[in-house]
Design a protein around this ligand. Structure first.
Ligand code: XLS
Ligand code: NI
Ligand code: NI
Length: 435
């Protein structure tokens, strides 16, 4: 059904850097080749159903500000209208992917049976709107943090009935993701953590979470789902402490439960900052361990204390992120998901379009800067040079010996290393040339 929501807004097209049209792309040119692939296929943009269509504009201090025609989201007719509007936006923007939680698509019915029926109904409806050359599902996921049943966790809940409800919910969401041809399935554990250690059995909760994830992996094979299972690290919010704290913690967790070859990571810029890291740190670490899956390209405000999930608007940050992603050969099943919210005063439909246009353009600009740095090769040359001694036979001998032998060597050869410059400012100046 055609809605009136975006009336007056035309499809967004690439007009080049000199364009002053605020609803045009200045950098995002889907067919342009970036490191051997179409830009669209490198970036693999996805719109997040929850923030762009389901979120009503509330913040920790105030309720809804967006009064959309599909609000309140309490019946299936409005759920279908929301889907119609979503597909209209995908078409206007030319975004190739979308992502959802079950709870974004259909109202929570308060019991599993009705949740299942309405999820099947709405995902059939969404399936009927998809076509081979239209937008595809990057990932589906289960919202196991909003409803009060999840307040003490999903798979880490002290109540086994909640674990069971979570298992059934994830199964239904994996089925729906599979039905719609999803390329990944994500688990973000917003409530998989604790509010206080005073009432928390850490080892029990972690073991249950590990067991749960093993069930998810088993189910993937059972239904023949070819996509990637991803977990999304975040240190806190809404829980005081979340078990999937950051990339390093997740990798340790996956190894402990023998899932390191089955599960990869969905890394979010804002979560990296919350964990006290940079986005590129989290990406580079995942790349170095072969664990990079996908990214959520949304950041937080550097002053306010909560997860504001803003659209990206900082080229240097984005460029360094894509530098590591391209360096790893680019996305496989993953992509760039805008898990991003408007500001709550941005009420108009055009604000939603402009937010995505700006974000897509920033990412395209960052991607091109990353391509230029890779093609120039300056950073890589410096890196090779810095570590070149490690390929010498003497160095390999050091690695292959033990502390006694090393001590002997240091004494015999009077090894007395002289510090060398890290040249950090030179490297930073180099990067700035490309931004
Ligand atoms: C919240 C998370 C969430 C996940 C999907 O901070 O980013 O939106 O991406 O559940
Ligand atoms: Ni987030
Ligand atoms: Ni996210």
């Amino acid at each position: 059904m055609k809605t009136e929501f975006f009336t007056g807004i035309n499809p967004i097209v690439y007009k080049g850097v000199d364009s002053t049209d605020p609803l045009s792309f200045r950098y995002y040119n889907p067919d342009e080749i970036v490191l051997g692939k179409r830009m669209e296929d490198q970036l693999r943009f996805a719109v997040a159903w929850w923030h762009s269509f389901a979120w009503e504009g509330g913040d920790p201090f105030g309720g809804p500000t967006f009064i959309r025609p599909w609000h309140p989201q309490d019946n299936m007719e409005r759920a279908r209208l929301k889907a119609d509007v979503a597909f209209e936006m995908f078409k206007l923007l030319g975004t190739p992917f979308f992502c959802w939680h079950d709870a974004d698509l259909r109202p929570d019915q308060g019991n599993f049976k009705d949740n299942l029926a309405t999820l099947e109904e709405i995902t059939d409806y969404i399936g009927s709107k998809m076509s081979p050359d239209g937008p595809k599902l990057l990932w589906g996921t289960a919202n196991m943090f909003s409803h009060r049943r999840w307040m003490a966790g999903a798979s880490t809940n002290p109540d086994p009935d909640v674990f069971a409800f979570a298992g059934a919910t994830v199964k239904s969401c994996m089925d729906a993701t599979h039905k719609l041809g999803g390329q990944n399935y994500v688990l973000w554990g917003g409530r998989e953590g604790y509010e206080t250690l005073l009432n928390t059995n850490l080892s029990k909760e972690l073991d249950n979470m590990g067991r749960f994830l093993s069930m998810v992996v088993d189910y993937k094979y059972k239904i023949g789902f070819k996509g990637t299972i991803l977990v999304e690290p975040k240190p806190q919010e809404p829980s005081k402490h979340q078990y999937d704290f950051d990339v390093a913690t997740c990798i340790g967790f996956l190894r402990k439960y023998g899932l390191e070859n089955e599960v990869k990571l969905n890394i979010e810029q804002g979560h990296a900052i919350l964990a006290g890291h940079s986005f590129e740190h989290e990406i580079a670490l995942a790349v170095s361990e072969g664990m990079l899956g996908s990214i959520d390209m949304n950041r937080n405000d550097y002053q306010s204390g909560w997860d504001t999930d803003q659209f990206p608007n900082n080229v240097p940050e984005v460029a360094l992120a894509y530098y590591h992603i391209l360096g790893a050969g680019g996305f496989k099943t993953g992509g760039t998901n805008f898990d991003a919210k408007l500001r709550r005063q941005s009420l108009e439909p055009v604000d939603l379009i402009a937010a995505h246009v700006g974000a897509m353009d920033i990412c395209a600009r960052g991607l091109k800067a990353a391509e230029a740095m890779i093609e120039d090769g300056g950073l890589d040359a410096k890196l090779q040079e810095r570590y070149q001694d490690w390929s010498k036979p003497e160095a390999l001998k050091i690695l292959g010996s033990d502390l006694d032998a090393i001590t002997k060597l240091v004494l015999e050869k009077n090894i007395n290393p002289q510090p060398r410059s890290g040249n950090q400012e030179i490297l930073e100046n180099y990067v700035n040339r490309f931004l």
